[in-house]
Ligand binder design. Structure first.
Ligand code: ADP
Length: 551
């Protein structure tokens, strides 16, 4: 942007501001009131000032005129006195006529006092005329016919003749010693005044100069006042109105929520201080608002989390309720099927004993019946376990012993021939109250699951330890395999009854749910940790009875 463009932009802005200032909306504003008040004051002040200057000038002109005329009249009076003393009467008339032709001197008369006869005059035709006692010339020295005013008082008058200003001046001719002894006034010793010299001076030139002076003064006064008003307005605008307008605009914007708005007043005066304080305040306001918004967001997030927790809790409750109904139903069905299945297996065994060994086909068929019936029986037992239909027989047990017992059982099974079982059993475990056979069922489930996951080939680590969780002592039993791990999407469903990823006929999906039920019945819980490709860890935590200790 060039300098010219910047100037143009500035002028445009100032015009826009003035337009706004004079608009209807801002007619009641402080700025317009200030400008009107100061403008009026300047106008009144300067009017008085220029009026005084004009009056003063007029007075000075008049006094100059009077002074000039007085000097002239006094000179005349002196010359008259000298010539009278010497008896040169003709010379006096001659001098007066000569002076009468001087520029601006209208007339000079010399009156005899008190008769009023004009004895000498610049205009010959006035000679021998008599001045009436009520004439202006007489009234210059006399208040009334007889009373004489003091001589040092004003003895001049200005009047108009045919539109022209005329100054008339009266100089009294005082009776002095020499006058009484001279031939012209001998014997008039008692008379104070012998006559009056009256001069008429035209003020036309002076009047013209005065008029010009007035016009000049007026023009200058108006220009000066206008200039003063403009300068005052600019100063007022720059120092007060503009900053106030900016402040007002800023406040309005901040009220509307624009907390980024900054007031650009960089002066060091009170306005600048106000703007800086205002900017500081909006900055703090913004920080406070952001903090508040963050709090609101955090609160929202907290509420959302809690709502989610409540929703999950409700879902869990509904799920538990469903499982409980399912368990009750399963228990009923399992109970009803258990007796006929036991009958089938028993009688099938009896029949098998009766069939001769050479009847191989019948024996094989019967063995299939027994096998399938036993499988059904196993499923039903699982169902009964899930529904807790099997009562727990709790006694003081040693966890390490129950684990060793299960390891002894599985060691001989073909499934575990290629699986290395590593144990790390803590010797300091306390005894706990529990159902050993149910807990062994849990270990068995976990070992079979691990073996299945590893395709009967790998490593299982079994460890026991004493831990503290939320201030409660637990015995923790760890089963870790190096199988393929459990995918993330299955983790939440592992303990659901009938959830299985095993092929049909191999898995029932009851192992973990039954185990979970048994551990819960012992006051404990199961934790699963798994990483795909690395392996799975099941942690069984059973609470400890504080008084009992394993030996
Ligand atoms: P089932 O063994 O009859 O499938 P479970 O409830 O015991 O039923 O197990 C449910 C599912 O959990 C299994 O099908 C399997 O997918 C998964 N599972 C359990 N233990 C492991 C393990 N150690 N490694 C990998 N997957 C496992």
């Amino acid at each position: 942007m060039s300098k010219r463009d910047i100037m143009q932009e500035r002028v445009k802005k100032q015009f826009a501001f003035l337009r706004d200032l004079l608009s209807k909306k801002s007619r009641n504003s402080l700025s317009i009131k200030l400008i009107v008040a100061i403008g009026t004051l300047v106008l009144i002040g300067s009017s008085i000032f220029w009026y005084m200057i004009i009056i003063r000038g007029e007075r000075d002109f008049i006094s100059t005129a009077i002074q000039k005329t007085s000097v002239c009249a006094n000179l005349m009076e002196q010359s008259l006195r000298v010539n009278m003393m010497r008896g040169h009467i003709d010379v006096i008339q001659e001098i007066l006529e000569k002076i009468g032709t001087t520029e601006n001197i209208i007339n000079i008369n010399i009156y005899k006092h008190p008769d009023g006869d004009i004895v000498f005059s610049a205009k010959k035709e006035n000679l021998r005329k008599k001045m009436p006692s009520e004439s202006l010339e007489c009234r210059l020295c006399h208040k009334s016919k007889r009373q004489l005013t003091t001589l040092d008082k004003k003895r001049w008058s200005i009047y108009e003749v045919e539109g022209q200003k005329v100054l008339m001046l009266a100089v009294p001719i005082i009776n002095e010693k020499g006058c009484v002894t001279s031939m012209c006034h001998s014997g008039q010793a008692k008379q104070r005044f012998l006559g009056v010299l009256e001069a008429e001076y035209s003020m036309a030139d002076l009047d013209l100069t005065l008029k010009r002076q007035k016009i000049f003064t007026l023009t200058f006064g108006i220009i000066f006042t206008f200039f003063c008003c403009v300068v005052l307005c600019i100063i007022l605008w720059k120092l007060i109105i503009k900053p106030i307008t900016l402040l007002a605009e800023g406040m309005e914007k901040v009220t509307k929520g624009e907390l980024d708005h900054r007031i650009e007043i960089n002066t060091k005066d009170e306005m600048g201080m106000l703007a800086r304080t205002f900017n500081e305040m909006t900055k703090e306001l913004k920080v406070a608002r952001e903090r508040l918004e963050n709090w609101a967001k955090e609160l929202e997030e907290e509420v959302r989390k809690k709502t989610e927790e409540i929703r999950r809790g409700q879902e869990q409750m509904i799920h538990t309720e469903k499982l409980a109904s399912l368990g009750r139903m399963a228990a009923g069905v399992a109970h009803e099927l258990n007796s006929p299945l036991t009958g089938i297996v028993t009688f099938a065994h009896l029949m098998l004993q009766r069939i001769p060994p050479e009847n191989k086909m019948d024996r094989e068929d019967l063995e299939v019946i027994i096998e399938q019936a036993e499988r059904c029986s196993k499923i039903i037992k699982g169902l009964l376990g899930f529904s807790r239909a099997l009562p727990a027989e709790k006694s003081d047990i040693r966890i390490n012993d129950t684990i060793r017992h299960v390891i002894d059982m599985v060691k001989n099974q073909a499934k575990f021939h290629n699986i290395k079982i590593i144990t790390d059993l803590s010797p300091d475990l306390p005894e706990i109250k529990g159902d050993a056979s149910q807990l062994q069922q849990v270990y068995m489930n976990l070992l079979i699951n691990a073996a299945d996951a590893m395709n009967d080939r790998g490593e299982i680590r079994i460890a026991t330890r004493l831990i503290k969780e939320d201030g409660v002592d637990y015995i923790e039993i760890e089963f870790t395999d190096n199988g393929p791990g459990i995918p993330e999407e299955y983790m939440g469903r592992l303990f659901e009854p009938f959830f299985t990823t095993k092929p049909v006929g191999k898995g029932t999906g009851l192992g973990l749910s039954v185990s979970h039920g048994i551990v819960r019945k012992h006051g404990g819980h199961i934790i699963v940790k798994s990483k795909v490709g690395e392996g799975t860890t099941f942690l069984i935590r059973l609470p400890v009875r504080p008084e009992s200790k394993e030996g």
